[in-house]
Design a binder for this molecule. Sequence first.
Ligand code: NAD
Ligand code: UD1
Length: 338
Amino acid sequence: MEKFTLVTGGTGYIGSHTVVALMEAGYQVVIVDNLENSSDKVLSRIESITGTLPVFIRADLRETTTITKIFEEYPISSVLHFAGLKAVGESVENPAKYYDNNIGSTLSLINAMKSSIVSTLVFSSSATVYSPSKEPPFDEEATRGPTNPYGMSKYFIEQILTDVALADENWSIGLLRYFNPIGAHPTGLIGEMPTGIPNNLVPYIMQVAVEKLEKLYIFGDDYETPDGSCIRDYVHVVDLARGHLAALRFLEGVNGTHVWNLGTGKGSSVLELVKAVEEAIGKPIPREVVGRREGDIPVVFADVEKASNELTWRAENTLTRMCLDHWNWQRQNPDGYQ
Ligand code: NAD
Ligand code: UD1
């Protein structure tokens, strides 16, 4: 019987792009998502791109009995674990919600996997686990020290998964630390679903571009960087999706825990990003420089040698391409999947 890959959080932004990449590579997919931050309308879009409707089960990962039943029903051989909450500000206001959802989901998933003897798992971690005290680029050995409950939940989950693989050598676990995912599928059919006023730079700029928001507020131009604005490592979501396939293939042949940064290795400033968006959309973005945002780090970018050497994976898309694809999605779907 054909084997399936379980994709938790597979109707979300990065999960949906990875489902497309998996299906295009011949994998059978079962998505589990409680739709807390996504829409099931993405499923027909995935079908439009790949020609096949993926199996979808609406469930909360913390319901271990339900998740165990899914493993009994489908011959699942590996799991990509995207499900989680990701809003940094909300995690500061309501830390218990973040620890409960992100850590609770992961523990429940581990228990369901153990009872079904499935032991290959790729986890969505984040560059936010690195300590801001370190000078970039960040390699995988850089000191960790997250500064908010969201980041702490990723840090704890990494530790839990590492301990699970230490206790039982059958486990093969990949920890993927994403830098700043942006962009959308080149068809413009799937992308990041905007809910409320975005906190992140690119979703915010795109809403200014479609005139849903009046102007962009640039949080500081007095940093010690070439143009004074903060630098980040923006990476195309389709490149990230390919990174998951590479990690899955790597894990088929090894045990233990393996960690990789997924970024481009190149930093771009806020002002450079605004310029790239303006070129992509062909009009100026109204903007105003305001004070620094609390907690922002001046410069963040990845050392990507480990992923390149071990996974033979490199991000391929340029900043311009990322902005064009994100714009294409935003323009065609100004209200997301609504
Ligand atoms: P997303 O919110 O679009 O997708 C996450 C999905 O998980 C959503 O569809 C949501 O409904 C689902 N979900 C949440 N809790 C659940 C639960 N208890 N049970 C079942 N489903 C649940 O987010 P995304 O941007 O696609 O991020 C995917 C993963 O990558 C997350 O774990 C996130 O923390 C991590 N990550 C994201 C970024 C980023 O900037 N987008 C950066 C680094 C890491
Ligand atoms: C934020 C999170 C980080 C998370 C990452 C995921 C915070 C403090 N950090 O990081 O934990 O892993 O998203 O992608 O929330 N900017 C503006 N104006 C805006 C929005 C952003 O100038 O309206 C600037 C920010 O100051 C920053 C840059 O744009 O310098 C990128 O911001 P953002 O997209 O929020 O990402 P991160 O700060 O890297």
